[in-house]
Design a protein around this ligand. Structure first.
Ligand SMILES: [Zn+2]
Ligand SMILES: [Zn+2]
Length: 304
């Protein structure tokens, strides 16, 4: 087994928070909202369906039309705010009968992932209802604490009580529910494959001293992708101040990386009002605090 096959491939397809921002001033970091893809052991796991998922859908369908192989994927939702779901109805594979997709997301007081996606696609807001989409979809609810095991060659994940018993060739995904995002909270995902660990933690309001739930969950990660929508200026002195809006500052993300012993820190969920030049400054400052920090850019691929 060569070194490359031991690694996870993480693709950042949408790194913008809140709403898409196309235009000249956002070309370098990208204007699409959250979509992250993890590939390992032959599995493709998509996290969130912000507008960044749309280009992935086109690519997967083009490949399918050429090879005739069905599209098989797993789509995990962190939560269902619009910036994390708005690409779903434009994700081309859902309109193909041969597509097999497992969709898992949070169950909250407001409903479960099936109900929430169904309600998002209701007429007159979208012409195709969830149940009318030709894909073969299975839905699963996550409440935090679950362990998903992706076995080699298997299309659907197995739900386990713990990672004890997982084989070294399995891709294991752990789920953590964190209440520290406005009203209904958010799910974080931890990917483990052949001893390498990647944690995706978007839409979380951490703390200056570290947020205990996330720090414990992300312990030992090689790469953490962490919400860093705000600067200290935005958070404490903005007009209005953004404290309590459900997102972290760059310093909070750095603190998480320091406490957990991460090698690298990808800052994500960039503020839509922040243009490329301002993001360059944030990245430079973040590197001074934590040398392994960088700002995720749309289209960036990182091996973990
Ligand atoms: Zn968001
Ligand atoms: Zn959110």
């Amino acid at each position: 087994m060569d070194e490359e096959q031991n690694k996870m491939r993480v693709s950042f397809l949408g790194v913008r928070g809140s709403y898409p921002v196309p235009g000249k001033a956002t070309l370098r970091y990208g204007g699409n909202t959250t979509c992250n893809v993890v590939e390992a052991g032959g599995h493709t796991i998509i996290v969130d369906a912000g507008t960044g998922i749309i280009s992935l859908g086109i690519e997967l369908v083009n490949r399918h039309l050429k090879t005739k192989e069905p599209i098989c994927a797993t789509l995990l939702f962190t939560h269902v705010h619009h910036d994390h779901t708005f690409g779903f109805m434009f994700f081309k594979p859902v309109y193909f009968q041969s597509t097999i997709i497992s969709i898992l997301g949070p169950k909250t007081f407001a409903g479960d992932i099936y109900q929430e996606l169904r309600d998002l696609l209701v007429s007159p807001y979208h012409p195709v209802a969830l149940d009318e989409m030709p894909m073969l979809a299975t839905f699963g609810n996550l409440m935090g604490g679950e362990v998903l095991r992706f076995r080699p060659g298997a299309q659907n994940p197995q739900l386990m009580c713990s990672s004890t018993g997982a084989d070294p060739d399995d891709l294991v995904v752990k789920v953590c529910a964190n209440p520290n995002h406005t009203k209904l909270g958010v799910l974080h995902y931890r990917f483990e494959y052949r001893g390498r660990i990647y944690v995706f933690a978007t839409d979380v309001e951490a703390r200056e001293k570290g947020e205990p739930t996330l720090c414990e969950f992300a312990s030992g990660a090689h790469l953490i992708a962490h919400d860093a929508q705000y600067t200290d200026e935005d958070y404490y002195r903005g007009n209005p101040p953004k404290k309590g809006w459900g997102h972290s500052t760059v310093k909070m993300a750095v603190k998480t990386a320091q406490i957990t012993g991460a090698e690298k820190l990808a800052l994500i969920h960039h503020d839509p009002e922040r243009e490329d030049d301002a993001l360059d400054v944030i990245e430079k400052d973040a590197k001074k605090l934590f040398p392994g920090a960088f700002l995720a850019r749309e289209g960036m691929v990182v091996e973990v």
